[in-house]
Design a binder for this molecule. Structure first.
Ligand code: GUN
Ligand code: FE
Length: 449
């Protein structure tokens, strides 16, 4: 059922050795990319499974979002035009705190709907404090590839009731990791998720990093250096800059994936480089919360891994890699030069660099034989794109002009999750009306209505 012969117009592989294959053929067998034929090598006798002959479509690796909050999708449009700490205190923490299993389930379904239909095949999610099992259930059910973990917090001056004891945060995370790490045919991996320095004691951060040792392939995912008021509070609490603090307590290493990394000094850049720590760039969120612009060219110049993430719906307000790619390129150009962050470079951040951030580049992130068939077919043949085969750059069309409407098919492990633009799992209108009902309940509950 998951075997395919895909014959697109061209394959944009995100693999440096063979970046573009014109009129090639990809054979998908048992969920893997079994073989890639050039036009010259191909003949019909080599076909396997169902044949998808799509000479108008462009095949790309699925997008990898390395920082997402599925639990927040339901809150889109309820927390606009605020700065980070206010936004957390007045809206996001109260709403997350009010989540029931039902509202959390709809929030995760909404987020997955939007992510998958816009071409995401892998995400890393930060989770929330309560009912985390619901997020795992929805991730498994959706068919997406994901790192996820229960959000951990044992301090919280912004909202004292939205936290747990250090012991409970650690023990419940450990139990979730035991239950869900490597679930869903190995597509689900555990990412321990201490939220940020202001909600985590030193003991929690250190013990969490120790827990990653017990789960091969798990990660340590947190927010860092996002906002000036946040880092001033971190300095007050710890006496150090955010990354300097992580380094001093031994939680900065190659398993550490830090969202944002905007306000970072030169010494900290060196620490990131030496520790092989990964940065997730979230351009929409960083602009909308007025947090600042991360110096991505500097990270890349230092050989630091940078990937992209949409963050949460209430600070973006989309969960769509096309938006992140376009902005990630455009915001650097006035600061550095129009030659900074080319479309090709950005396309790689959204795909193979995301897979590297999560240490799964042997599995996904590019179209290479033996990797998982995590694939997207885009229809770029459209008068708004000027995609004239060979006359202009496909990277330019994908990064600067395309949007979610161009996504026709999405596969994870060879399973078709989106078929001719239609998501197989949920009816969009049904989901929309359930979301309205659940948001209404949460807003009443929190007195935010
Ligand atoms: N820092 C701590 N929590 C959050 C969150 O939910 N979103 C963002 N953007 N930053 C955070
Ligand atoms: Fe975030």
């Amino acid at each position: 059922m998951n075997d395919w012969t895909i014959i697109p117009k061209e394959i944009i592989t995100a693999d440096k050795n063979r970046p573009v294959i014109k009129r090639g053929t990809v054979i998908v067998k048992n969920g893997k990319i079994e073989k890639i034929y050039s036009k010259e090598e191909w003949d019909e006798s080599k076909a396997e499974g169902k044949v998808l002959n799509v000479p108008n479509l462009t095949l790309i690796p699925g997008f990898v979002h390395t920082h997402i909050h599925l639990c927040q999708t339901l809150f889109r449009g309820t927390a606009d035009d605020m700065e980070l700490l206010d936004w957390l205190q007045k809206r996001i923490f109260p709403l997350e705190n009010a989540h029931t299993k039902e509202s959390l389930r709809i929030s995760a379904q909404l987020g997955l709907y939007e992510l998958i239909t816009s071409g995401a095949t892998t995400i890393m999610d930060m989770g929330t404090i309560r009912h985390q099992e619901v997020i795992f259930e929805e991730l498994i059910n959706s068919g997406i590839r994901a790192f996820a973990g229960k959000c951990m917090a044992d301090l919280n001056d912004l909202m004292p009731e939205f936290k747990e004891s250090t012991k409970d945060a650690l023990s419940s995370s450990y139990e979730f990791a035991k239950e869900f790490h490597n679930k869903g045919n190995g597509r689900i991996k555990y990412a321990f998720a201490p939220r940020f320095v202001l909600s985590c004691s030193e003991e929690l951060l250190i013990e969490t990093m120790n827990l990653t040792e017990e789960f091969q392939g798990s990660l340590f995912h947190t927010h860092s250096s996002e906002n000036k008021n946040e880092i001033a509070a971190v300095k007050k609490l710890t006496g150090k800059e955010n990354i300097e603090y992580f380094n001093s307590i031994g939680v900065l290493n190659e398993k550490t994936v830090l969202a944002h990394g905007i306000h970072v000094n030169d010494a900290e850049v060196q620490m990131l480089k030496e520790a092989d720590t990964r940065i997730v760039h979230c351009p929409s969120s960083n602009l909308k919360l007025g947090s600042g612009i991360a110096n991505v060219p500097k990270y890349l110049g230092n050989g630091i891994n940078v990937s992209l993430g949409a963050d949460g719906a209430p600070c973006n307000n989309n969960l769509n890699m096309f938006t992140e790619m376009r902005l990630a390129s455009l915001i650097q150009k006035p600061l550095h030069s129009p030659t900074a962050m080319t479309a090709e470079e950005i396309f790689h951040l959204a795909t193979i660099e995301g897979a590297k951030a999560l240490h799964i580049d042997d599995v996904t992130g590019s179209i290479v034989e033996n990797k998982s068939a995590d694939l997207v077919l885009l229809n770029l043949e459209n008068p708004t794109m000027n995609y004239f085969d060979g006359l202009n750059s496909t990277y330019s069309n994908i990064v600067y002009s395309a949007n979610r409407d161009n996504v026709e098919y999405v596969f994870v492990e060879g399973k078709m999750l989106v078929n001719k633009g239609v998501y197989a799992l949920h009816n969009a209108f049904e989901l929309y009306s359930k979301a309205k009902e659940q948001l209404n309940i949460l807003l009443k509950e929190t007195d935010l209505k």
